[in-house]
Design a protein. Structure first.
Length: 320
């Protein structure tokens, strides 16, 4: 993973460039930047006609940023004695053909040896050829394995974590999000589409290689696939609030998320980008997102874009 340097001063000075860069048809951006003694809320672009991006509480699907929240649930349940990061996955899910020595910590940091199934096998049929939801068990059936314990990013790791959380608590993963994260932190805009009928999100656009642009309609299929690896929707202020809560140890000691031997590796639900910056990026079929926090300064940066083709890292790096 490339180590990135993100000086907050450069982000503040370059913020107008973000809006100018993204003020194009069929593109919508919501950026919320927080630095000591200053807050910036900027919106620009177009989304579907039922939304105007003038209010801070517009919800976007945050994709794999959800993994930070799923990992938080794991730490919360460890504090309650319901599980341990050293527990073996096979003790909870004995039907899944994973190596017997793989632990919950391995799932959190993507060192389980699991590889997701191909898009052709899993994602495309579910997205475009059916309207029914897809079970996690079906998704996991396409996984492959190897004996190497190097970091290999796979959504399957977090689907398994969601199943373990449900087993040890007796509640659905979605319900846990509301009772353990959204409610306690006052994240009034955070929700999970399909599970919550009132969870209305900004609809983005899919860009095909031939330049075709269209809106994605099969949200039920997406949410069922994303699951505990990427099904949460949030507003920018709520995402900032979640990151601030992590850094303030409101949920559990933040330092516990750094469970990998090297900071060059994926940590437990969070990535290290250097110079005190941590966080996660995310992508769905029609949106892109980025959440960054600096544990040294308390700064946070969130970027939510209703355009799957947006390169969030190119945007951030262009501001330096």
């Amino acid at each position: 993973m490339k180590k990135r340097s993100i000086p907050i001063g450069a982000v503040v000075l370059g913020i107008i460039a973000v809006v100018a860069f993204l003020s194009t048809p069929h593109s919508a951006i919501k950026q919320h930047l927080s630095v000591p003694k200053a807050h910036y809320h900027i919106s620009s672009g177009d989304a579907e006609l039922t939304h105007n991006l003038t209010e801070d509480n517009q919800r976007f699907l945050i994709g794999s940023i959800t993994k930070m929240i799923t990992a938080s649930l794991v730490f919360i349940m460890e504090d309650r004695g319901l599980l341990s990061l050293d527990d073996l996955v096979v003790d909870y899910i004995d039907w899944y053909p994973i190596d017997e020595d793989v632990t919950i910590a391995d799932l959190l940091r993507h060192t389980s040896g699991i590889h997701d199934g191909s898009h052709e096998d899993v994602f495309y049929p579910a997205f475009f050829n059916q309207t029914e939801t897809v079970t996690t068990e079906v998704l996991l059936s396409f996984s492959t394995f190897d004996n190497a314990r190097f970091t290999h990013y796979a959504n399957s790791n977090y689907w398994l974590l969601g199943m373990i959380l449900e087993q040890v608590t007796g509640q659905s993963y979605e319900a846990l999000m509301y009772t353990e994260i959204f409610g306690p932190l006052g994240l009034d805009d955070a929700c999970i589409p399909v599970f919550d009928e009132a969870c209305d999100v900004v609809r983005g656009y899919v860009r095909l290689p031939d330049g075709t642009v269209f809106q994605f309609d099969h949200y039920d299929a997406f949410i069922s696939i994303a699951g505990s690896a990427g099904n949460v929707a949030m507003s920018a202020p709520d995402l900032e609030r979640f990151m601030q809560a992590l850094m303030a140890d409101e949920l559990f000691p933040f330092e516990r998320m750094f469970c990998a031997p090297s900071f060059e590796q994926y940590q437990c639900g969070i990535q290290s980008y250097g110079d005190g910056w941590y966080g996660h990026d995310g992508q769905t079929l029609d949106s892109a997102s980025l959440a960054l926090m600096n544990s040294d300064t308390g700064d946070t940066v969130t970027l939510l874009i209703a355009d799957a083709g947006a390169d969030v890292w190119a945007i951030v790096e262009s501001l330096q």
